[in-house]
Design a protein around this ligand. Structure first.
Ligand code: FES
Length: 108
């Protein structure tokens, strides 16, 4: 089974991708030209332009936040919320199947 990710744009349109376990929510978005994820640093926790808001039902299944991610989330363009994550750190695992991530209004 390949887990699914649902990307929700600010205008509420949804795009769904099958994302292999071990691939990040950011990598899949870039590979499929999903607007709204920029990922300037290529996944190194140095840009915060891959910011997403994770539907709270799925937060418990996401990888634990590292201190570097926590620090970088202070530099997002749109406000940080309790469900904010860097999508480059959301590496898919089977428990994340169906995860809904909302894209912020802007990243840069
Ligand atoms: S891609 Fe730069 S912090 Fe995620």
């Amino acid at each position: 089974l390949v887990p699914k990710v649902i990307y929700v744009h600010p205008d509420a349109t949804r795009e769904e991708l099958d994302v292999d376990v071990g691939t990040s929510v950011m990598q899949a978005a870039i590979a499929h030209d999903i607007d709204g994820i920029v990922a300037e640093c290529g996944g190194n926790m140095m840009c915060a332009t891959c910011h997403v808001y994770v539907d709270s039902d799925y937060l418990a299944h996401t990888p634990e936040m590292k201190p570097e991610e926590d620090e970088m989330l202070e530099f997002t363009v749109c406000p940080r919320e309790s469900n904010s994550r860097l999508s480059c750190q959301l590496v898919m695992n089977p428990g994340m199947d169906g995860i809904v991530v909302c894209l912020p209004d802007e990243q840069t």
